[in-house]
Write a protein that binds this ligand. Structure first.
Ligand code: NI
Length: 182
């Protein structure tokens, strides 16, 4: 398996609506190879999640792995590496909270994005079994960010304020301890 190059903001494929996986593709050798490459890529680049379009495959497939533990967003429950096939997200509460988001396809930058904080995700496992998860708080933001990639959206499209897009270094220096007040 292999680390793949992550496509960056500006690559047209990141703006495409990805195709659902057909039943015959789910659990196939080709899908398992793609997932293995995505895991290697996520671990090599570092990050919480990766969507197939980010490695050049226009398919509705994403992986998420949350280390868990104490963070500046509170104590996060760990989520072992999980594969999401054809996920559908449903907002259960429209009330939003903002976080500074980053993306492997937008290296070096962070942006403040407000999103609903209570969602349900229905998806198929890597073996095609139907699953459902309910998420609150920061994980709800993570899932919306990842699955936006499957619809050709990037977090920069949803900035709470266009001025709240900053480089990592300036984020650490000026914004980390003074979160954007909204
Ligand atoms: Ni991303």
């Amino acid at each position: 398996m292999a680390v793949r190059r992550v496509l960056r903001l500006g690559h047209p494929l990141l703006r495409e609506v990805a195709r659902p996986l057909a039943a015959a593709q789910i659990g196939s050798e080709a899908m398992r190879c793609l997932v293995a490459d995505m895991v290697d890529t996520l671990h090599d680049y570092g990050g919480i999640g990766l969507a197939a379009p980010q490695v050049g495959e226009s398919l509705r497939l994403a992986i998420i792995e949350i280390a868990g533990g104490p963070t500046r967003y509170g104590e996060l429950a760990p989520m072992p590496l999980t594969v999401f096939v054809n996920p559908v997200i449903e907002v259960l509460d429209q009330a939003t909270v903002g976080y500074w988001e980053g993306c492997l396809s937008v290296p070096g930058l962070r942006g403040f994005v407000e999103r609903p904080q209570h969602v349900r995700v229905r998806y198929l496992s890597d073996r095609g079994e139907p699953r459902s998860l309910e998420l609150r708080g920061f994980p709800a933001t993570v899932f919306q960010h990842e699955f936006d990639h499957l619809d050709g959206r990037l977090y920069v499209d949803g900035l709470a304020d266009p001025r709240l897009l900053v480089f990592d270094e300036e984020y650490e220096r000026y914004h980390r301890t003074a979160p954007a007040a909204r």
